[in-house]
Design a protein around this ligand. Structure first.
Ligand code: 4NP
Length: 160
């Protein structure tokens, strides 16, 4: 079993969608015996909350149901997950700073390293998943579409 943790700031907009899309895709690919995912936020503002209503309604329009309650990233996640996939450079820096060993550091990625194919690109060249929290519904659609593409490639990489 390989376990993936998706991380953003609040754990109500981007990372719960990353988790929901990942779980939807692995169910369709019959890979639920091999792969698992969860999500967390680097901040504690929204602990216990359901995903943002627009994230949830946009996900539903793509056939994806979100079942998550926000929680905060913790150092114990390094032991519980094989890789930690961050949405933007702020989250990435936060998680890397918490890593205590080279092995823990090696678990940390940016989601858009999987934009172009199953082999992750150099982290220096990866874009961020834009934070849709302060914008309109179009931003939530863009996030959803980015996460569908990247998850398809991430799942191929994890299944190789
Ligand atoms: P997320 O979006 O990191 O994708 O969950 C945000 C959610 C909440 C806040 C910022 C970003 N906030 O400032 O409360």
């Amino acid at each position: 079993m390989k376990k993936v943790l998706f991380v953003c700031l609040g754990n109500i907009c981007r990372s719960p969608v990353a988790e929901g899309v990942f779980n939807h895709q692995i169910r369709n690919l019959k890979l639920t015996g091999a792969l698992q995912s969860d999500s967390a936020g680097t901040a504690g503002y929204h602990i216990g909350e359901k995903p943002h209503t627009t994230s949830a309604s946009v996900a539903a329009s793509y056939g994806v149901t979100l079942n998550h309650r926000a929680r905060q990233f913790s150092r114990t996640d390094f032991a519980d997950f094989d890789i930690i996939v961050c949405m933007d450079r702020g989250n990435y820096t936060h998680v890397l700073r918490e890593a205590a060993t080279p092995e823990e550091k090696a678990k940390v990625f940016l989601m858009r390293q999987w934009e172009s194919g199953p082999e992750p690109c150099d982290v220096k060249n990866a874009e961020e998943v834009p934070d849709p929290y302060y914008g309109g519904v179009d931003g939530f659609h863009l996030v959803h579409q980015i996460l569908e593409t990247c998850n398809r490639n991430l799942i191929s990489w994890l299944s190789r």
